[in-house]
Design a protein around this ligand. Structure first.
Ligand code: SF4
Ligand code: SF4
Length: 235
């Protein structure tokens, strides 16, 4: 219904499924029927995605956004035909860029997993409204994107500090925290979307959740060693 609904993940999924190009059509800028101006969101998402594509070695011209009204059938036909020819000229995804297909798949899968995190970190820029096309290329810089992936944030629960109060597990939006009564809690890094809610949720007197930037996460405490022995019970 709205180009603003085209999530970064949809585009990455299309490329993961072997599409050689993605064209997004949106209403003309400033002609959105809603106060949300979803087409600006779509534009910013495309600008970000194109930089991500460059980061992994893909030609960013494989992704295009065009704004047009529903009365502009001729323009739509022109754009589709022109883009179709461009994609043919660019050739098969990855192959033309000299990237091994398996490597490409794993890079795209890795980035797709980080989409919630990327959207959270770039939230402000993704919501901006660029009026001047000359600003498009400057919204996201190469250095910024390199940094985004080299300094990925992770969250870790310190087994020495966790008191198994279960607050973080109840607040985690994706059930990424392995939780049980009287058991040290553990973050399942595969499921974690890096929203940071657990840091805020963990009571300050415990301060058990740590934010780690650009470094490996310590391995999780072994399952058989997670039981917390309370001091009163020890006696
Ligand atoms: S950072 Fe968010 S998703 Fe990850 S474990 Fe904490 S609350 Fe869950
Ligand atoms: S909120 Fe903190 S203390 Fe409570 S279970 Fe989670 S990490 Fe442990």
């Amino acid at each position: 219904m709205c180009s603003g609904r085209v999530d970064l993940e949809f585009v990455l999924r299309a490329f993961s499924n072997g599409m050689d190009g993605v064209l997004i059509g949106g209403c003309r800028l400033n002609e959105c029927n809603y106060i949300t101006h979803g087409n600006y969101h779509a534009l910013n998402m495309v600008l970000l995605c194109r930089k991500i594509m460059e980061h992994i070695g893909l030609n960013p011209e494989r992704l295009r956004i065009e704004f047009m009204s529903s009365a502009e059938g001729n323009l739509f036909a022109e754009v589709v035909s022109e883009f179709g020819n461009k994609v043919k000229e660019l050739g098969p995804l990855g192959e033309s860029e000299g990237i091994d297909q398996n490597e490409l798949k794993s890079k795209l899968a890795e980035i797709t997993k980080l989409v919630p995190y990327i959207k959270l970190v770039k939230n402000e820029k993704l919501a901006s409204r660029l009026e001047n096309p000359e600003e498009y290329d400057k919204l996201f810089t190469k250095d910024e994107i390199d940094k985004l992936f080299s300094e990925v944030i992770s969250y870790y629960i310190d087994p020495e500090k966790c008191q198994a109060c279960m607050t973080c597990a109840k607040r985690c939006p994706v059930e990424a925290i392995i939780s049980a009564k009287n058991q040290v809690h553990v973050i399942d890094q595969e499921k974690c979307i890096k929203c940071g809610t657990c840091v805020e949720a963990c009571p300050a007197r415990f301060g058990a959740v740590t934010k780690i930037s650009g470094e490996p996460v310590p391995p999780p405490i072994l399952e058989g060693e997670r039981t917390i022995v309370r001091k009163s019970k020890e006696r």
